[in-house]
Design a protein around this ligand. Sequence first.
Ligand SMILES: NC(=O)c1ccc[n+]([C@@H]2O[C@H](COP(=O)([O-])OP(=O)(O)OC[C@H]3O[C@@H](n4cnc5c(N)ncnc54)[C@H](O)[C@@H]3O)[C@@H](O)[C@H]2O)c1
Length: 367
Amino acid sequence: MTPRVALIGAGGHGLSHRRVLSRLRDAGRIEVAGLCDRQPFAPDDAASLDGVPFFTDHTALLAAVRPDVVVICTPPHTHLPIALDALACGADLLLEKPPVMSLDEHRRLTAAVAESGRLCQVGFQALGSAALARLVDAAPAGPIGVFGAWWRPDTYYRRAPWAGRRSVGGRPVFDGALVNPFAHALMQALVVAGPGFRPRHLELEAYRTRDIETDDTTFLRVTAGDGRRITVGVTLASAVFLAGEIRVGGAALEYPTDRLRLPGEETSREVPGRTGLLENLLDHRADPAVPLLAPLARTATFTAVGAAIVGSAPPIEIGSKWLVAHPEGGGSVLPGIDELVRQVATTGELPSELGAGWASRAQLIPL
Ligand SMILES: NC(=O)c1ccc[n+]([C@@H]2O[C@H](COP(=O)([O-])OP(=O)(O)OC[C@H]3O[C@@H](n4cnc5c(N)ncnc54)[C@H](O)[C@@H]3O)[C@@H](O)[C@H]2O)c1
């Protein structure tokens, strides 16, 4: 039977899911059973879903259309209750990243998935990357470094009520540089480190260059029980763009461009091929021998690290004397931050250890 798929959270990033639903429906792979959003959203020519039943309350959608699969793309702090309701209704889930806000929530969701006998795929689409699979197969050894330097104007932090926040209504929410825009690079690094990478403690330097609650320039060193390390430097306040990059043992994988250099190779090349997470979920439902690419269990360490970052001391403000206006306006940038994030990832040292004038000693967070 053709699976009946519903989308909860059809506005915002839900647009990308509407496009996938529309494409898979046109290919005859699914029926679009219903859409839900608290608010009206703009229709899209590339994702015409005219005539699909629309609901403003997810419980009404679940009761009325009884979907086989539910895509959940609502703000992070709303994921758990909606996911529990959808599982209770008998649906498999594609739950946007970050799946939940704490390890306790992760355990509750894991238990509900097991009790219901349903599936939960998490929206870390970078886990569908052929380049990542190639890197994991090559099994390069050594410390892992992750860096990236992007620019987000101040308006980015006005895009949604939870933007730039560390909590909403007393509940944690994930919108820091590393737990949101660079979350895919962190998740890929954890996959490269492998399931045996069990973080023992974090050393965190979290900074903000603007008037937000959360961090936009983030440095992290994760040390595992076996002594292995992942060191990360990412920023959203750079005039110079560096794609996300994961380096390990002479290999480098670029996020989201899927450019890969394996150990011994001199240059990077694009390794095309991304398996869509909804397609993968549908394939797994049809044939359990097809592995799920981003099952909930695979994201537990991400949630542990993300929750520790969001629950840490508030980020330190980088004073205006260190900042300059972005050449195109819209906010400030931190000159030289592109060089620094690369240096952190390649040396394994944090900005305070490298002598950055605005840096403060890292917080040590046991896990
Ligand atoms: N995988 C990715 O690359 C990627 C990219 C962007 C966002 N996301 C994730 O997607 C999710 C949504 O992000 P967003 O930026 O679109 O957020 P958003 O705040 O714009 O919310 C998305 C939509 O959900 C609706 N909504 C809010 N609460 C709802 C509820 N209880 N029931 C039904 N609809 C509700 C909102 O009205 C909005 O239209 C987040 O978890 C975010 O982290 C993932």
